[in-house]
Design a protein around this ligand. Structure first.
Ligand code: ZN
Length: 686
């Protein structure tokens, strides 16, 4: 539960639940990474040479990959990133099997090994059924009145991982990034976005009906009669629909000013008096709190209205459902299958559950990520890779400086501030300088539910303990094996876990062209986030502060609108187009990042005679290397969900949208004006 004001900006969508996994065929044993059959960085088997690169560069670069890599049954999408994530998972499986069985273990090996053992023991987990949550469910059913419900909110948020009406937690103060503030934010929905509750098209109506079935299924599993469960599921949907109506859209939430309303706890109590806020915060371990950020004041009013007007039984059903729904993945197979069937099966189109070992490796990574990460890094991340990627990062930052200095639309005053911000960016590569200390957390080999609950409790306590302490700028928001990267606007840092700096994305044995095209563009992407339509609102210290002149801000908005218009032309699925107001931060990061990587590659190889290879010129290899990070296949169900919730455009737009705006690309492939990959009016922001 990481609460951040503006939200960290990922390179790719974080996948839900057990995340990416599974090669085409089922692996029978843990795999050493070196034995993984990976293609070289520039993978010619992934090409489709029957396609003209000037007509559809994505298809040209990835058509072969798409044909050769059907989506495995347990996945809702399959991509170069997901495949690499799966390889990491198989590798980690070997480590965990070893750590589970060894006699003499370090404390870290004991924790991750025993957690894995407990998770794998499905016989013991199934025997317990819903027993682990039965006492808490009974307590909720017995709440005598509204006041008891209001008080239960504090206890539930302290002790369980469910999403009850709103969420609270520490975040950096938008006014002063060196301080930690507590935020209260909208939450409490079981569907992935508020639009699922509000849209009236047949698909949305069907989804709500399926959701109600899912709620009832869990309630029956928890011991209710089918009649009671039907009444309760209708009550839950009614409450969540009211909350959805009061929630800001994802597009609005990208504006950091729209979710920033600092007030005292007394003011919050006046705004939304039903929740006993002082005791709520005292129970989370932060008594005497003065200031809070109420991200969505209108939403908190709606919570109050629901808590006041809904029948007591409806409120209790809502709390019970969110308790069992959040626990379902770690309960017996009856519960975890219900969770899979709705969230991964119906909503995302996966056909079957991932094998148990895979679910358990993912669970260890989620809950003990910096313990498992130590084992991963020690075996995979070489000093050579670190040195080379750190150097590449600096080179790309140098090119950003060149870009800023030469912008024709920005005044010198704003340029000065932009450069100040650029020079303050912190580069984090591979893994944290200091590992998280899990020593106070008890993990047992025979208590999966208890382990999961204690680990979640440990994390919540770690988060709340930040209040009143200096901000730890060395903290990471991703675990080392993660195949992804992010920029955090309040930390003003860019972060590249060891998991993303591996073949086929980064290959120290390959030449520079595909490496700069692929990993270089990723580094440029994260750096550009500091200057996208959201990131530009934060200054060099990570504070929400306007450092733009009015004219320069207007010039920037003109340029961003050019990008928005272009990307709105791409279709995601059926007749659903990209919501480019949601994706513009990512789209501009893709554009700027690729250009920066290209410039850095040119400078790094200046004076060298670069030779053609694989039938491509060096410039062509740069662009093919760039495109091949994004090769993917996605099920239509998942595309529909992505269209509503994912700030990233689909792979085809992330590649064709970039190259069609780059004269460097047109030159490399001798594309003529009028061809689809050459825009008559190219957009350029950075
Ligand atoms: Zn991004």
């Amino acid at each position: 539960m990481v609460f951040r004001f503006a939200g960290i900006v990922l390179l790719a969508a974080a996948l839900p639940g057990s995340a990416p996994s599974l090669l085409g065929q089922q692996a029978e044993n843990p795999q050493p990474l070196s034995a993984m059959p990976y293609s070289p960085s520039l993978d010619v088997t992934s090409l489709d040479r029957s396609v003209d690169p000037c007509v559809d560069f994505y298809k040209f670069s990835c058509g072969g990959w798409q044909k050769n890599n059907p989506i495995p049954a347990d996945q809702s999408a399959w991509s170069v990133y997901a495949k690499l994530g799966d390889e990491n998972t198989q590798f980690l499986w070997g480590i965990l099997k070893e750590d589970a069985a060894m006699k003499h273990r370090t404390p870290v090996q004991q924790k991750i090994g025993d957690y894995f053992s407990a998770c794998m023991d499905t016989a013991a987990i199934d025997k317990l059924g819903g027993a682990p949550i039965a006492p808490a469910m009974a307590r909720l059913a017995a709440l005598p009145d509204r006041a008891a419900v209001f008080a239960a909110l504090a206890r539930l948020q302290h002790l369980t991982s469910g999403s009850y009406f709103f969420r609270a937690g520490p975040e950096q103060d938008p006014d002063d990034s060196s301080r930690i503030l507590v935020s209260v934010n909208a939450a409490g929905l079981g569907l992935p976005d508020r639009d699922y509750y509000l849209k009236t098209d047949p698909k949305s109506v069907e989804t709500r009906a399926k959701y109600v079935e899912y709620i009832a299924r869990l309630m029956v599993l928890s011991g209710e009669t089918p009649e009671q469960a039907a009444a309760d599921s209708a009550a839950v949907l009614k409450i969540e629909t009211a909350l959805a109506k009061a929630s800001l859209s994802r597009v609005d939430r990208r504006d950091p000013y729209k979710v920033f309303h600092k007030m005292t706890v007394a003011q919050l109590s006046a705004l939304a008096p039903v929740v006993p806020w002082e005791s709520f915060f005292a129970q989370q371990g932060v008594p005497g709190l003065t200031a809070v950020n109420v991200a969505q004041p209108e939403f908190q009013k709606a919570v109050d209205a629901e808590l006041t007007t809904e029948p007591l039984d409806a409120l209790k059903a809502y709390l019970r459902f969110h308790l069992v729904s959040s626990a379902a993945p770690v309960l017996s197979s009856a519960f975890s299958t219900a969770d899979f069937d709705f969230y991964r099966g119906y909503l995302r189109g996966a056909k079957e559950q991932p094998p148990r070992w895979k679910q358990c490796v993912r669970a260890v990574d989620r809950q003990l990520g910096e313990a498992l990460g130590q084992e991963f890094v020690a075996r995979t991340f070489s000093a050579d890779t670190k040195a080379k990627t750190v150097l590449m990062t600096r080179q790309i930052e140098d090119e950003m400086q060149v870009e800023i200095e030469h912008l024709d639309w920005m005044s010198d005053d704003t340029k000065k501030e932009a450069l100040r911000k650029l020079h303050a960016v912190r580069n984090k590569v591979g893994y944290p300088d200091q590992w998280r200390d899990y020593s106070s957390l008890t993990i047992r080999p025979d208590d999966y539910f208890g382990d999961a609950e204690r680990a979640a409790q440990f994390e919540r306590a770690r988060q709340w303990a930040k209040v009143g302490k200096p901000v730890d700028r060395n903290e990471w928001g991703m675990t080392p094996p993660t195949v992804n990267a992010y920029f955090n606007p309040q930390m003003n840092d860019i972060n590249f876990p060891a998991g993303v700096l591996q073949p086929p994305l980064y290959d120290p044995k390959m030449d520079d062209a595909p490496n700069y095209g692929n990993t270089g563009a990723t580094i440029g992407h994260e750096l550009t986030h500091g200057f996208d339509d959201e990131g530009r609102k934060f200054d060099d210290q990570g504070n929400l502060k306007d450092w733009w002149t009015k004219e320069d801000a207007a010039h920037f908005e003109d340029r961003i609108n050019c990008v928005r218009e272009e990307y709105a032309g791409f279709v995601v699925v059926d007749d659903i187009h990209i919501n480019s107001k949601l994706t513009s931060g990512e789209d501009v990061a893709d554009l700027g990042g690729t250009l920066l990587a290209y410039m850095a590659w040119k400078k790094a190889t200046a004076g060298e005679t670069l030779k053609p290879a694989d039938g491509f010129t060096p410039d062509q290899r740069f662009f093919v290397g760039m495109a091949q990070w994004a090769c993917e296949n996605t099920r239509p169900e998942n595309l529909r969900l992505q269209a509503l919730t994912d700030p990233h455009s689909p792979g085809v737009a992330r590649i064709n949208g970039v190259v069609s705006n780059m004269p460097e690309f047109a030159k490399a492939f001798s594309c003529k004006s009028g061809q689809p990959m050459v825009r008559a009016k190219a957009c350029k922001v950075w």
